[in-house]
Design a protein around this ligand. Structure first.
Ligand code: TXA
Ligand code: MG
Length: 323
């Protein structure tokens, strides 16, 4: 199994245009040289990801971000706010969608004239980025549409045969994907593309109110697809006792915030009621339930605040898979 901690080997593979799975604080990514369209194509092939779904480019600094995003051409207000966000939240789970530079191949952005960029908060991947003369384009390292990996073993379980090397950085500390916001030129405002590891409240404390991207504004942003991040088993959200009462004899597993329920299997994400801990445990719990002997997964609705919004978002998309 190609899971190990050899940074020099990972860097060499990436320089040769190969894929490497990398740890980040949010989820594991499947990385390729962001300046090399041929290398990036391998990411789409390994994930069976449709070409209309753009990738996030990972950088080691705001200085390197300038090779990816054309901030100097942007409106002064956008530039000031983007720099304030980088200053405050990088490295960390905030992705910014900004005008792209010509160095970024169209494949990375699915032909959009904007690019998603972030600086991950993980010592292993930051060290790797510093060893390379290019940034890394990396989506989450899961087959398209499935739950994202939060350990190196999750990557091996699903993409093992397709990835030459998995760089092990331990379990992810945030556990849900980054929050994505972008400057929407048509409405001249920041909009939210995806709830994620940085609570929206913290972003809004720096730049003020953030709008919601409608599907009309961005029809092809799959972080916004209704059905995504989904386990294979059907998932229902609501009051667990009520849903369980309707299941008549079926074996069900439960995802709950702090309380244990009577069920074939119950995953309590945070007995102490901490949403950050719950987010960290969410995807691994979904995987365990998906592998266990249950017919259905029931999930509680989480408090709609802080990281609870990202958790609810992922649960709702998982539920949407079965319509
Ligand atoms: O935490 C994360 O963001 C992880 C780690 C590996 O960094 N990455 C991740 O990537 O979640 P991925 O590919 O699973 O999600 C990237 C999403 C796309 O599905 C799309 O919604 C959005 O980022 N995106 C990328 N480029 C965009 C653009 N130019 N405009 C709007 N949305 C964009
Ligand atoms: Mg993904």
């Amino acid at each position: 199994m190609p899971i190990d901690t050899d940074l020099a080997w990972a860097a060499q593979l990436l320089r040769e245009g190969e894929l490497v799975a990398i740890p980040t604080e949010t989820v594991y990514g499947l990385a390729a040289n962001a300046f090399d369209a041929e290398a990036v194509l391998k990411v789409f092939e390994a994930k069976q990801r449709p070409a209309f779904d753009p990738l996030i480019v990972h950088v080691h600094s705001a200085v390197q971000a300038a090779a990816v995003a054309a901030l100097e051409q942007a409106a002064p207000e956008l530039r000031t706010q983007a720099e304030a966000l980088m200053d405050r939240f990088w490295p960390g789970p905030l992705t910014l969608v900004l005008p792209k530079t010509p160095r970024i191949p169209d494949l990375v952005t699915s032909g959009l004239d904007t690019v998603a960029v972030r600086m991950p908060d993980h010592p292993v991947t930051l060290a790797l980025l510093h060893m390379l003369p290019f940034p890394l384009a990396a989506p989450s390292a899961n087959p398209f549409g499935y739950v994202s990996p939060t350990t190196a073993q999750h990557v091996a379980d699903q993409l093992g045969g397709k990835v030459p090397y998995i760089l092990d950085g331990g379990p992810c500390t945030v556990g849900v994907e980054s929050t994505i916001i972008g400057w929407e030129a048509t409405v001249e405002q920041w909009v939210l593309y995806r709830h994620g590891g940085l609570p929206l409240e913290e972003v809004e404390a720096v730049i003020g109110g953030v709008g919601r991207a409608s599907k009309r504004v961005l029809p092809a942003s799959p972080g916004m697809l209704d059905s995504h991040y989904a386990p294979l088993r059907p998932l229902l959200i609501g009051s667990v006792p009520v849903l369980a009462g309707e299941l008549a004899g079926k074996r069900f597993g439960v995802i709950s915030f702090r309380n244990r329920h009577v069920a074939h299997r119950c995953e309590v994400l945070s007995p102490g009621g901490d949403l950050a801990e719950a987010a960290r445990n969410l995807f691994a719990a979904m995987r365990r339930l998906d592998q266990g002997a249950v017919d259905v997964i029931l999930a509680e609705h989480f408090p709609e605040e802080g990281l609870g919004r990202a958790i609810n978002d992922r649960l709702m998309r998982a539920a949407a898979k079965r319509g």
